[in-house]
Design a protein around this ligand. Structure first.
Ligand code: NZQ
Ligand code: ZN
Length: 386
């Protein structure tokens, strides 16, 4: 196991009707900016619950943060923060609203002229305006981590940011929120969380026995609850296990002492930036090709995952590792998620070259757990995913 230091300061408030507990979490005298997305919270009752809990607190609202949070929209919110002398942010939404809020948390205290530089120059945010979240969509884990991904349509870019100053102070997780989520987004949440675990697990063995078993148990739980949450989102047991699994998949715990890959996400973000494909679907497109291309360096962990998560007992190590890739692709398909780029766009020619060019221009010479995946490798992987 590798050395590590781990601190996660986010307070989790989990369970039925927990949104009303919001009142106790906002500090006295705070001036709050309530941030939300395209308006789903106004239809499903979450907005009313939040407003009720905030009734005695000085609050201003900013709605309209789109899926894949857009820099230009966030810059308008930043102006409100400054003009209205906001002191505390509250995100009510999925990963997009929470990520947008993290960007604002950093941008509000940023000294430079152009907040885009936080993303472009990959500046680690050691401080941010304090913020809490009310999670409406289990998927990203953003509610308990310090990372964010921001999109800029003008330049078709989607870049990650983060740092120890950007953990939510608290996050409220009421599994009942999933009852109003469209099937497509539930499937996305399952696939995204599943891939988060794989990115931290499907590398090479370093003897992190406990981390491996944590990771495998999250994968098994997601596989177990997937049919139930898709069939009946009012099934509270299934919803609560789904929600907690998504949070645990990316709150740092399973990553400690372990190598991480994340190349699937880096290639996937480009597919969202270029074609607007849902985040989770880009991961389903890249994952099978990535594991096939990097078979030799990942086969021990692929085989272990095949055995322990999918119960594959037949064949030698290579056979099991191949079965692991097949099982993973079949899982995405069972969720109703297509796994080829051509399923999403007819305009895919040249995509692989464009992604390789972008990686080269950004100086991303070596991605993956061994920092060995070159832009040329990425080009081949994306081509395999056409
Ligand atoms: O915009 P609203 O009205 O809120 O509607 C949203 C949106 O249309 C809707 N929705 C959310 N909760 C709902 C609901 N509809 C009905 N009922 C509810 N309870 O779902 C749609 C998608 O929402 P979004 O927030 O975009 O989805 P998700 O949570 O999957 O977030 C995706 C974003 O997070 C980033 C992705 O790249 C993407 O930009 N990620 C963030 C990560 C992080 N911070 O750690 C890690 C991830 O790998 C990922 O990159
Ligand atoms: Zn993801």
């Amino acid at each position: 196991m590798n050395n590590f230091e781990y601190k996660n300061p986010t307070k989790i408030i989990f369970g039925k009707d927990s949104i009303e507990k919001l009142t106790n979490e906002i500090p006295k005298g705070a001036k709050v900016l309530l941030l939300y997305g395209g308006g789903s919270i106004k239809k499903n009752g979450i907005y009313d619950q939040v407003k009720k809990a905030l009734s005695s607190i000085d609050t201003i609202e900013f709605g309209g943060i789109p899926a894949n949070p857009e820099y230009d929209v966030l810059m308008k919110a930043l102006k409100v923060i400054k003009d209205e002398k906001i002191t505390y942010l509250l995100a009510v939404g999925g990963g997009s609203v929470i990520d947008g809020t993290k960007f604002l948390s950093a941008a509000a205290l940023y000294d430079g002229d152009t907040p885009w530089d936080i993303l472009k120059n990959n500046i680690r945010s050691t401080k941010g305006m304090p913020f809490g979240t009310v999670l409406t969509l289990p998927a990203t884990g953003s509610e308990m981590n310090s990372g964010a991904v921001i999109t800029r349509q003008e330049t078709k870019e989607k870049l990650a940011m983060g740092g120890p100053g950007l953990f939510p102070v608290f996050s409220i997780l009421d599994p009942q929120v999933i009852t109003s989520i469209p099937q497509r987004q539930i499937a996305n949440g399952l696939a995204d969380a599943f891939t988060h675990v794989l990115e931290q697990y499907m590398t090479y063995p370093v003897g992190g026995l406990l981390q491996d078993r944590f990771a495998e148990s999250i994968l098994q739980t997601l596989i177990e609850v997937a049919p139930a949450v898709l069939k009946d989102p009012t099934d509270y047991q299934a919803a609560s296990n789904f929600m907690w699994s998504c949070t645990m998949a990316l709150n740092g715990l399973i990553q400690q002492g372990m190598p991480g890959d994340w190349a699937v996400h880096m290639m996937g973000h480009e597919l969202t930036a270029l074609f607007g494909i849902d985040h989770a679907r880009t991961l389903a497109i890249i994952t099978p090709s990535h594991y096939t291309y990097n078979f030799e360096s990942k086969k021990e962990k692929l085989a272990q995952y095949a055995e322990r998560v999918w119960g594959v007992t037949e064949g030698n190590l290579d056979d099991k590792a191949y079965a692991a890739i097949e099982k993973t692709e079949a899982f995405f398909k069972d969720l109703g998620i297509d796994t080829k780029l051509s399923d999403y766009t007819k305009d895919f020619e040249g995509t692989a070259e464009e992604i390789a060019k972008r990686f080269t221009n950004r100086g991303w010479k070596g991605l993956g757990e061994r920092q060995a995946l070159t832009p040329q490798d990425a080009e081949k992987i994306v081509k395999m995913a056409y």
